[in-house]
Design a protein around this ligand. Structure first.
Ligand code: SF4
Length: 434
């Protein structure tokens, strides 16, 4: 980490917001110019206008020169440099953000798992002044993390109870969740696995740790689908990942391998040509990408997704519905449209799990239903994810949709369309062959 003077008291009390903006990022090269890149007028193949793409490039360069003046552009593009230079201490964070009292108290009081850490790249997307900015809320701790409300649990999905060997969750008949590391480059404050993720988590990424899980998968011929998650599996080195994928591919009944990752959003530099060259040897291999907000759909993220898509990796997205972050039809539509432009198919919209300390993020279920109602029929079906609640206690994902089946009259079912109009469908088997 480069050493800079922390923010002075004078800077914390700027005469105007504009002056502080100039100090922390300035216009027109600040994060503000990089926002709302989806939906601009003249768009290129990744869905951006040339102007917005240029301003985003300027954003990263400006941030690097300001906060990491000794780092070269090559270093900035190196994913390992990004990991080594994560902002993971209060002093480091204060060099790039004006922290609120709530944020500072939360960071100082933090103990245990789910540490805070943000890659320099992702930090360049954060608003230095606005603690309510959606991206900032997802990665910077707040004092509400220490508040536990009724219904919350450390392991709400009862993964530990469905874990036959360490690091493996076998909930559904034909597939398993394989937690291969506890490490993430950037930690989400609403993480479902906050009980295990962290730099020193119990899930150590090593072949020794993985052997028991591999033996279990090999011994259960009903397992045809393995989802690698964690932590973030794409934070493993190419060598380790290749070793692991090779072992899984050697098991005859494993048909598909999936990876769940937030890397394209928080560490897109990780998606190197070498990585995708290695991954394509293990097809059919799919990825579930964790995107939360359209502001994450930067040129860097677009490039990462393009490399994966070009390597034949089917890309789906998983988005957690978060209060004050993405809980509006407009934000969700922009996110889903932007993802499709990056060749990422919206897959799941998750109701936020009742993990301890996450009440500030949870919305009423009705909000999720209204968002789906605002998308379904109003835009391409491909842009509408399935809204699910992962049932507390280990019941698995349960899909939710606004009621379309209004009732029945005789042989007709009554159906409500996206405009609220009711239609009849003749639901009769009359005339069918006996
Ligand atoms: S990337 Fe996934 S595992 Fe890592 S902190 Fe975020 S939600 Fe948790």
């Amino acid at each position: 980490m480069n050493d800079h003077a922390p923010v002075s008291a004078e800077e914390l009390e700027p005469p105007s917001r504009g002056a502080a903006r100039a100090r922390f990022g300035g216009t027109p090269t600040s994060f503000l110019a990089a926002r709302a890149v989806v939906g601009t007028a003249v768009q290129t193949d990744d869905g951006r206008s040339e102007a917005s793409r240029e301003s985003e490039q300027h954003r990263a360069t400006s941030f690097r020169r300001k906060h990491f003046p000794t780092a070269s552009a090559t270093e900035w593009r190196d994913w390992q440099w990004q990991v080594r230079n994560r902002l993971a201490r209060l002093e480091a964070l204060e060099r790039v953000l004006v922290l609120t009292e709530r944020e500072r108290r939360a960071i100082e009081a933090h103990r245990g798992q789910l540490p805070f850490a943000v890659t320099p790249y992702y930090a360049s997307l954060l608003d230095p002044l606005d603690s309510e900015q959606p991206l900032r809320r997802t990665v910077i701790p707040d004092v509400m993390e220490s508040v536990v409300v009724s219904g919350e649990a450390i392991d709400p999905l009862a993964e530990e109870a469905q874990s036959p060997v360490p690091g493996l969750v076998h909930r559904y008949p034909d597939r398993v969740l394989f937690l291969v590391t506890a490490f993430c480059s950037t930690y989400c404050r609403y993480c479902t696995r906050s009980r295990v993720v962290g730099d020193l988590g119990e899930l150590q990424p090593s072949p020794h740790q993985w052997e028991a899980a591999l033996r279990y998968i090999a011994g259960h011929t009903e397992i045809r689908d393995v989802l690698l998650s964690g932590g973030d599996p794409l934070t493993l080195s190419d060598d380790k990942l290749q070793w692991l994928l090779g072992r899984l591919r050697a098991i005859p009944h494993v048909e598909i391998i999936r990876l769940g990752t937030k890397v394209p959003a928080v560490l897109p530099q990780r998606i190197t040509p070498q990585l995708v060259w290695m991954l394509r040897r293990f097809h059919p291999l799919m990825m579930s990408l964790h995107f939360t907000h359209p502001d994450e759909l930067t040129p860097e993220a677009a490039k990462a997704c393009a490399r994966l898509a070009d390597a034949g990796v089917p890309l789906g997205s998983q988005t957690v519905l978060l209060r004050g972050v993405n809980d509006s039809v407009d934000t969700m539509r922009r996110l889903m449209h932007g993802l499709l432009r990056l060749r990422v198919r919206p897959y799941y919209l998750y109701q936020c799990d009742p993990v301890v300390g996450t009440s500030q993020f949870r919305t009423p279920v009705q909000s999720g239903l209204e968002i789906i109602a605002g998308l379904r029929g109003h835009t391409s079906g491909y842009a509408v994810p399935t809204y699910v609640i992962d049932a507390p206690g280990g019941g698995g994902k349960i899909p939710l949709a606004p009621d379309a089946l209004v009732g029945r009259e005789g042989d007709d079912v009554l159906l409500r369309n996206y405009e609220g109009k009711v239609f009849r469908y003749p639901d009769t088997t009359e005339g069918a062959k006996p």
